[in-house]
Design a protein around this ligand. Structure first.
Ligand code: CU
Ligand code: CU
Length: 343
């Protein structure tokens, strides 16, 4: 009897001390998984959505992958204003060809509007935890009303097998002062047969008062990518132009988010610039496009801002080669020409 009372008192005391601390930093998990799908074709891309409560906003502070490298080649998490389909699962393959379609799933993009990549998993990628007090604001009055999980399946499944790969979203309903965002630098253009080409883009940041703190980057090309590099370009009061590296890598290494090379900020008037060095041994022209015969030149910057919404600008797309090059851009001088193409 006494023992019971002591235990009860002890429980009360311990609950009373732990409770406020636990509550202040409470991080919950939501599992966003494929609903037991059965891919019947190799290289199938499947998407599944969740709709986020529009009456309340949440902050996503981490992404914990649950995938097996044998089955899944990559996973991407998109934030969308509108999802690509109303279905619970659809085929959202970028590499789809008209004759190679799997008719078991509807075909559509991951997002119909407001598309933004928030997380990328590739072979061996660990949990991505955002910096302290940083979160992606979703739901409520944010632009992200849906999250869409895309899984690229390597192999076909037997009739008695299914898959539920996905991501545990770590989130809090507490309002965080630092919001995360993703900015995408990309190009259009084409690559001539048997040539080395520089596909380049640059944009100035024109939202006054926002201080961008990049903390991670991701590169994406298809087969022809050799090096992808991204920079902050700043002109000081004397007119000197300085390039600081955000990230540079071989795009054929696992295409996930990596920590930035330099902890620098990007402010009003600065420029963000990216170059993809492509090498083609093909006899034909390669265009920018969605299929595996096409190319892409993408550099993603994941960043946080304090006490404000992320950038309205989310995209910096140039015409690419042979129409646009850094060297023809009057604002871009002191180009680190060799360094940007060398690993
Ligand atoms: Cu993949
Ligand atoms: Cu691509």
């Amino acid at each position: 009897m006494i023992a019971k009372i002591i235990t009860a008192v002890f429980l009360l005391v311990s609950t009373a001390t732990i409770w406020p601390i636990a509550n202040a930093n409470e991080v919950k998990k939501y599992s966003l998984m494929m609903p037991n799908v059965r891919p019947k074709k190799t290289d199938l891309y499947l998407c599944t959505p969740i709709r986020i409560d529009s009456s309340k906003s949440y902050f996503i502070v981490g992404f914990e992958p649950k995938a097996s490298g044998h089955d899944a080649h990559h996973m991407l998490l998109y934030g969308c204003s509108d999802p690509g389909s109303e279905d619970p699962v659809w085929n959202c393959g970028q590499m789809a060809s008209p004759n190679g379609r799997d008719h078991s799933y509807m075909h559509s993009n991951p997002c119909k509007s407001g598309s933004n990549i928030l997380y990328a998993w590739a072979r061996d990628a660990p949990t991505l935890k955002l910096p302290d007090q940083v979160g992606f604001k979703v739901g409520g009055d944010s632009k992200i009303s849906y999250l869409v999980l895309q899984v690229h399946y390597h192999r076909t499944f037997d009739d008695d097998e299914t898959d539920n790969s996905g991501i545990y979203l770590h989130y809090t309903d507490e309002q965080l002062s630092r919001q995360a965002g993703v900015y995408l630098l990309a190009t259009n253009g084409k690559i001539a047969p048997r040539s080395v080409e520089h596909m380049e883009t640059a944009c100035s940041i024109f939202e006054p008062g926002k201080v961008i703190h990049p903390f991670a980057y991701r590169t994406h090309t298809h087969e022809l990518g050799k090096v992808v590099a991204g920079y902050r370009v700043r002109t000081d009061q004397r007119g000197d132009v300085k390039w600081d590296l955000l990230g540079k890598r071989n795009p054929l290494t696992p295409q996930m988010f990596y920590p930035v090379e330099n902890n620098i900020t990007v402010e009003f008037g600065d420029r963000l610039a990216a170059r993809c060095t492509m090498e083609s041994t093909r006899d034909t022209v390669t265009k920018i496009g969605a299929t595996s015969d096409d190319e892409m030149c993408n550099f993603y910057v994941m960043y946080w801002v304090e006490g404000t919404d992320p950038l309205e600008q989310q995209l910096c797309v140039s015409e690419g080669s042979p129409k646009y090059y850094w060297k023809d851009d009057p604002y871009l001088i002191n180009i680190p020409d060799e360094e940007a193409s060398k690993l």
